[in-house]
Design a protein around this ligand. Structure first.
Ligand code: LMR
Length: 327
């Protein structure tokens, strides 16, 4: 059996609390891969992480070969294969994710350095802490050439899952009936869930539900869903985020079958005119080894193009705000 070394930062937070047992249970890497799980967090809370380690031990998970907690990245990140960057200050009610940009940016400078210095030669990093696209850009630059561009990604799967559930419910269909519903751009209030290429039970989505609803209700509902959860719960999404993180990594480590797509934010290679180097969400297909390709040839009409331009413009603005952190 092979072993995968997985770091989860922000290990004492709510997202990690929902995520860690699922990784330990084998939901992310499958039934044939043992897990060496490293919980990472900042020194003031690392004692709490030891309680989480005890709970993980008490689960007697058959695939969990080792579980440790440390606030020292030279321990937690050593030879890591996957680093799931959950740790950051979350937004509160009334804030946009972008409001966190200067606050959380420096964390990702340090993370990038540590991933380059200590990670395994195949290390892959997933950024979840917000604003996740730009935090990913920061960490990637900070890591430099030691960690190639295609090893970095940021989470927009939560948006894809939200969009899928919403449109399925409107169509009285199962979530599995929805295909090719890609998220483009930023994980923010400008994200674009592209219903124009989506299908429900094989039919174009806008022939199953009204186009007017898709344009005027569906898009803003997906864009504002994170804020709606915060307003209702007084805290940001936790187990739906954990579900999305499991889905994200699972999609990357399993080859995409048939004509499937999934969404994640990755370093743009200039596809679809998205500025090279920006971390933007695209429709992807996985090679099954953590690598992916951006789906090419997706037809984007004027409506879709205008929305993608808007979310990319926001990402370029965020990039400019953190210019000094990009080395
Ligand atoms: C979410 O989308 O729920 C998370 O990114 C948390 C947030 O700030 O919205």
């Amino acid at each position: 059996m092979s072993t995968v070394r997985v770091v989860v930062t922000g290990a004492t937070g709510q997202v990690a609390y929902a995520l860690l047992p699922r990784i330990a249970a084998g939901e992310m890497f499958g039934p044939d891969v043992e897990i060496d799980l490293r919980l990472a967090d900042i020194p003031p809370v690392i004692e709490k992480a030891k309680g989480v380690v005890m709970e993980l031990e008490d689960g007697a998970y058959p695939l969990l070969s080792r579980v440790t907690a440390s606030s020292d990245r030279s321990e937690s990140h050593r030879d890591a294969d996957w680093v799931l960057l959950v740790g950051s200050v979350p937004r509160g009610p009334g804030m946009e994710r972008g409001d966190l940009i200067r606050r959380n940016g420096p964390i990702f400078v340090d993370e990038g350095k540590a991933i380059a210095q200590y990670g395994s030669k195949n290390v892959r990093a997933v950024v979840i802490g917000n604003p996740c696209n730009t935090n990913c850009l920061i960490a990637r630059h900070s890591a430099g050439d030691a960690v190639p561009a295609d090893r970095w990604s940021a989470l927009t799967r939560l948006d894809q899952n939200r969009a899928t559930a919403l449109v399925a419910s409107k169509a009285h269909a199962r979530t599995t009936a929805v295909k090719h519903l890609a998220i483009w751009g930023n994980h923010s209030a400008t994200l674009y869930p592209d219903f124009t290429n989506a299908t429900i039970d094989g039919k174009p989505a806008d022939q199953v539900v009204e186009r007017a609803w898709l344009e005027t209700e569906f898009i803003p509902a997906v864009q504002q869903r994170g804020a709606a959860v915060i307003a209702a719960r007084g805290a940001s999404s936790a187990f739906s985020a954990a579900q999305a993180i499991v889905d994200h990594v699972k999609s990357l480590v399993n080859r995409t079958m048939d004509d499937g797509w999934f969404s994640a934010a990755v370093v743009s290679d200039g596809s679809y005119g998205v500025a090279r180097g920006i971390v933007s969400s695209f429709p992807l297909r996985s090679k099954g080894d953590g690598g992916y390709e951006i789906v090419q040839g997706v037809r984007l009409e004027g409506f879709a193009k205008a929305r993608i331009d808007a979310t990319i413009a926001e990402l370029e603005k965020e990039r400019d705000i953190v210019k000094d952190l990009l080395g």
